[in-house]
Design a protein around this ligand. Structure first.
Ligand code: PEP
Length: 269
């Protein structure tokens, strides 16, 4: 990725961490629509917009190759992301996609353990852990999603749920790898519901996650891990969530399907 002088990606001066804003398209857009939306996003953004956060785009697997070619041929400053992978290297696993298949497409980030995968596809912490290991095994970065349901929140279990999911995802992973991970704090009650968490909620979730990482891997690792907030982010709420203490970026679902809205989110810093 070439950058015009003066517009290189800069870390947040307050934390030394590089912000990451990710668009999770879920099961939306065919490969032709995918090309068109990324082109629109590219035309919406100016050089300066790339200076404050890295931008990753996570289309369905059917669009990865098209977007790889588009991004690389036009030298767009977007990182390619996947929404999922399978932890085995190869073999009789019909319908699945391996880490090495993704890394061959220059995928940089892989979303792991999204609440929709936990809910609809039975992904447990153990599976999430294997997927995290497989992602690191191909030198890609996992974006590990954790978050509590409304019931768990009302029962005062947010702390326990986040701690367990963090421990589950990173158990047996080497600290130097954990330090490179991204964790997305995605309260389930805020995903796709329009119920956006307050900056205080986002901050408190981020600090519970960072504290758990510190307990398990030490303060240096905890200070390196990047924590995104995700859940019904819109151009109107993005700035205050990005400014929340301990929040290093955003994982955006619905609003990332609209190039103009996603560009406004990226520009909201
Ligand atoms: C998501 O898919 O991770 C997400 C946060 O979705 P939405 O922004 O639509 O709530």
């Amino acid at each position: 990725m070439s950058a015009k002088k003066g517009y290189e990606l800069k870390p947040n001066p307050a934390t030394g961490r590089y912000r990451l804003i990710s668009g999770n398209w879920k099961m939306n857009l065919n490969h032709l629509e995918a090309i068109s939306i990324v082109q629109k996003l590219y035309f919406e953004l100016r050089d300066v917009d790339y200076a404050f956060s890295e931008i990753s785009i996570h289309p369905p697997a059917t669009s990865l190759r098209s977007l790889q070619l588009l991004i690389e041929s036009d030298r767009m400053r977007f990182s390619l992301g996947a929404q999922n992978l399978y932890f085995e290297q190869k073999g009789a696993f019909t319908g699945e996609i391996s880490a090495s298949m993704l890394s061959k497409l220059n995928v940089r980030y892989v979303i792991v353990g999204h609440s929709e995968r936990r809910k609809f596809f039975g992904e447990t912490d153990e599976i999430v852990n294997k997927k995290v290991a497989a992602t690191f095994g191909e030198a890609m970065t996992p974006i590990v999603c954790v978050g509590e349901s409304m019931q768990e929140r009302e029962d005062g279990k947010t702390d326990d749920v986040l701690s367990q999911q963090v421990r589950g995802a990173f158990g047996e992973i080497a600290p130097e790898l954990v330090a490179k991970a991204v964790v997305a704090y995605e309260p389930i009650w805020a995903i796709g519901t329009g119920l956006v968490a307050t900056p205080e909620d986002a901050s408190s979730g981020a600090s519970l996650i960072r504290d758990e990482i510190e307990r398990n891997f030490g303060v240096e690792v905890a200070n390196s891990v990047r924590i995104q907030y995700g859940g019904s982010v819109t151009p109107t709420t993005a700035a205050e969530l990005l400014a929340a203490d301990g929040v290093d970026g955003l994982l955006v679902g619905g609003a990332s399907l609209d190039a103009e809205a996603f560009a406004r989110i990226v520009r909201s810093l």
